[in-house]
Design a protein around this ligand. Structure first.
Ligand SMILES: [Zn+2]
Length: 351
């Protein structure tokens, strides 16, 4: 991409311009101070759906519609994320993914996770990682596969981590009961991410630092964080951000479900489970546990800006995920955001 959207000094404060890096041509979008900061589009490596659409059950037409809605929401790229399910159901969902510039591959969450920490993943389909040839090969060898969430302590997990790492698929520990030592063994084999850190993983204990301790200290490493202020408290998020600032990264994810953008009180069937939309969350009707989130990265960006500043928000939502997916091109989307609240003012796509 040879275009940039930029803020440059004009006669009347800053001007918002479209700049062609090849020809040097510059065209005004907005003159005078637009009162905001410009950041690259959101890149969300963990999202199950939004606005009433779920990746496990949507048609290709519905998914295209979702891409367009997410583009308006400031998204540049995302990885549709599957849930623990029979292999045929996941294959069917993947076959429905459209070829669309916003879709940068997919994230396989489960089924190779710990039954001790299923979260809202349908427990009956959890299984150990396959060893050798298996019915999962078509999915595991799919060129679009970018991230796999798995539990490194399961039998066969180390072998699978090595296999996936060899072809540059990101292995991310999640829904895991791994001790620190088991997580470190996964890291040794190539696992360098953690999925929704602190949620659905063995917590930190001062004599056994657990998966959570590993997510904070292993290096190099990237820790996913759902920042809807419900999954992780502001204080716990601060601990993660401050510990990882030393020599690691944190990636903000939405873990958005079809509940995002729906009215509170809406009842829905998601992954065969009865769920109800709350104020900024979605829960199982039975037992009331969280079933993914009801926010998109646009909301996460605003939350992070308000609690930790716009620079932290830009790092977590725009820059570290770009690096993780090895995107080296100029951003295709630029978002003008409020420096104080992080609210999205306008989104621009380069031509
Ligand atoms: Zn998820």
């Amino acid at each position: 991409m040879s275009q940039l959207i930029a803020l440059t000094p004009g006669e009347d404060g800053l001007d918002l311009v479209r700049f062609d890096t090849k020809t040097g041509e510059m065209n005004d979008i907005k003159k005078g101070d637009p009162e905001g900061v410009l950041v690259p589009g959101w890149i969300d490596i963990h999202i199950h759906g939004a606005f009433g659409i779920d990746f496990m059950s949507a048609s290709t037409a519905e998914l295209k519609e979702l891409c367009n809605t997410l583009a308006e929401d400031g998204y540049e790229r995302f990885l549709p994320t599957t849930v623990t399910a029979p292999v045929e159901d996941i294959k069917r969902a993947l076959a429905n993914l459209p070829n669309h510039p916003l879709i940068g591959g997919f994230h396989l969450e489960g089924p190779f996770i710990s039954p001790e920490f299923p979260g809202a993943q349908p427990k009956q389909f959890i299984q150990n990682p396959p060893t050798g040839d298996s019915e999962w090969d078509e999915i595991l060898n799919d060129k679009r596969l970018k991230v796999v969430t798995l539990a490194p302590e399961l039998p066969g997990a180390i072998e699978l981590i090595k296999r996936l790492t060899k072809r540059k698929v990101i292995c991310s520990m999640g829904h895991t009961n791994a001790t620190y030592a088991e997580a470190a063994a996964g890291h040794e084999a190539g696992m360098q991410h953690s999925t929704h850190t602190f949620n659905a993983m063995r917590g930190f204990h001062h004599r056994e630092a657990g998966a959570a301790g590993a997510a904070m200290t292993l290096t190099p490493f990237c820790a996913e964080l759902i920042y809807d202020r419900i999954h992780v408290s502001p204080e716990a998020a601060l601990v993660l951000i401050q510990t990882r600032l030393v020599d690691g990264d944190v990636i903000a994810v939405s873990d958005s479900t079809m509940a995002s953008g729906l009215e509170p009180g809406t009842k829905l069937k998601m992954w065969n489970l009865d769920c109800v939309v709350g104020e900024g969350d979605v829960r199982l009707v039975d037992g009331g546990s969280l079933a993914g989130s009801a926010v998109t990265l646009r909301n996460v960006f605003a939350n992070l800006t308000q609690d930790f500043g716009v620079e932290v928000a830009a790092n977590l939502c725009c820059y570290t995920p770009r690096e993780a997916l090895a995107i080296t091109d100029h951003p295709e989307v630029w978002n003008l955001v409020s420096e104080e609240t992080g609210e999205l003012i306008e989104t621009y796509r380069v031509e």
